[in-house]
Design a protein around this ligand. Structure first.
Ligand code: OOG
Ligand code: NI
Length: 450
């Protein structure tokens, strides 16, 4: 009796509903979607598309509706409930990101589809951060924050009831799935009414802007949605031409022939009117922003180590100023530093730096994999990186919190605490990419290791 709707379908509806909501709430997002649509259609059908080796069967169809969102929750209970809700949409926690090392009082995971099939259907993911209240130094303020969070309920009763029903029955039928999506959406909607008085908001804000954003409001409003572009440099120019206040520097690796990991840029948070408890007039809060990303190939642990080392070397020489004043020098240093990272697909493959999908297109009667690749009987295409970059994420956080936020490093990583709050162990991203690569190699040549 399988009248259950597939989690992939529920995720697709949810992602579309979030997009509609965000377009209504943040009109500049609608402009961004137009810019990205135009850039992507320029790339598709051009020589660059061939260069990128985008797998036409799996990766082409999803590009235009691909996006991620980000939310910030305040308590362990909120985080574990979010996990249960997203599980019904086929999104599971992958990876652990400690933003404390960048001076931001949160740690995070990404809820996303994990199988090749689910990703191909709809890759929507949500970067989810948990506030670390222990990092509020003032004891009294910490208590106020704790109480405020303990007293709020960020989920509708129906969303909770349907999640329990889905867990009990093993899925949701069509009617329930529609209601579920609509009810879950409510959790992420912006509400201008703060849940604290202005003096509390100000104190929280002085402690860290992000703490005011999480504690001060009814729920974890979606703070950005991010479309995927195939040419982020063109998108950046498009944003500036359209008058969107784009960030000075594109985060991540430099522009390359073979894109790796993730490059991102954003435009500044909007200043929004909010009403504090006990006030009749409006105050302001900056919460939401726009972001765009270009995704490249997923790197192996060896490739990632090389990436991290090269980026650290560049940043030891020059740290980009948030105001963009040394942007040109930084971009030059980045390009020079990354000259040491191979920039053609075959070298990335042969040196074990990145993950690939295999496809047999001719007679596999040479001796081994290298022969098949050399003869063109076997083709490789990049497995796209589906995750995030902590340093990149920190840059995005910083730029939207105000340019002068100190970059001081916070106390020790606390992965164990995060896992306990989440109520599950996040999946290891490398293992997921490896298994996608292994499966495709098994399909193509009937063996995993040469
Ligand atoms: C999340 C920032 C991280 C990204 O794309 O790296 C992120 C946030 O501001 O809550 O979304
Ligand atoms: Ni983002």
């Amino acid at each position: 009796m399988s009248d259950f709707i597939s989690p992939d379908t529920i995720r697709t509806s949810f992602s579309a509903a979030m997009s509609t909501l965000y377009r209504e709430e943040v009109p500049a997002y609608a402009d961004l979607i137009k810019i990205v649509g135009a850039v992507n259609s320029d790339v598709l059908g051009s020589a660059r598309q061939v260069d990128l080796r985008i797998d036409p069967e799996e990766d082409l169809a999803r590009i235009t509706d691909e996006r991620h969102g980000a939310i910030r929750v305040g308590t362990a209970g909120e985080l574990s409930m979010i996990r249960r809700i997203f599980a019904q949409m086929g999104m599971f926690p992958v990876g652990y990101y400690d933003l404390g090392v960048a001076g931001i009082p949160v740690h995070s995971t990404a809820f996303r589809p994990t199988t090749r099939n689910a990703l191909a259907k709809n890759p929507f993911r949500v970067f989810t951060s948990l506030l670390r209240l222990d990092l509020i130094v003032d004891e009294k303020l910490r208590e106020v924050a704790r109480d405020t969070l303990a007293n709020r309920n960020i989920f509708t009763d129906t969303a909770l009831a349907l999640t329990e029903k889905a867990e009990r029955d093993g899925g949701l039928n069509a009617a329930d799935a529609d209601v579920f999506v609509a009810e879950v959406l409510e959790t992420f909607r912006w509400a201008e009414d703060a849940i604290v008085p202005k003096h509390t908001y100000d104190a929280l804000h002085a402690s860290h802007r992000l703490i005011a954003d999480v504690v001060g409001f009814q729920g974890p409003h979606i703070n950005h949605l991010t479309p995927r572009t195939l040419d982020i440099d063109a998108a950046q120019i498009g944003m500036i031409n359209a008058g969107l206040p784009a960030k000075a520097i594109i985060e991540g690796p430099p522009k390359r022939r073979c894109p790796i990991l993730l490059r991102q840029t954003s435009f500044k948070a909007l200043e929004e009117e909010v009403r504090f408890v006990g006030e009749t007039s409006f105050g302001t809060h900056t919460a939401r922003f726009g972001e765009v990303e270009e995704r490249g190939i997923a790197l192996t642990p060896k490739g990632r180590a090389l990436y991290d080392r090269l980026l650290a070397d560049v940043r030891a020489k020059i740290t980009p100023n948030p105001d963009g004043s040394n942007a040109t020098n930084y971009i030059t240093a980045l390009r020079e530093g990354f000259a040491a990272f191979p920039d053609n697909w075959r070298d990335l493959h042969d040196q074990g730096l990145a993950y690939f999908r295999y496809k047999a297109v001719g007679d596999l009667n040479g001796r081994d994999l290298q022969d098949w690749l050399n003869s063109g009987a076997l083709e490789i295409s990049p497995i796209i990186y589906e995750d995030f970059l902590p340093v990149s994420a920190a840059g995005i956080f910083q730029s939207n919190l105000g340019d002068n936020t100190a970059q001081s490093s916070l106390s020790q990583s606390s992965r164990a605490q995060f896992v306990e709050a989440l109520g599950a162990e996040p999946a290891d991203e490398f293992a997921l990419y490896q298994s996608i690569q292994d499966a495709s190699r098994m399909d193509a040549v009937g063996e995993v290791a040469a």
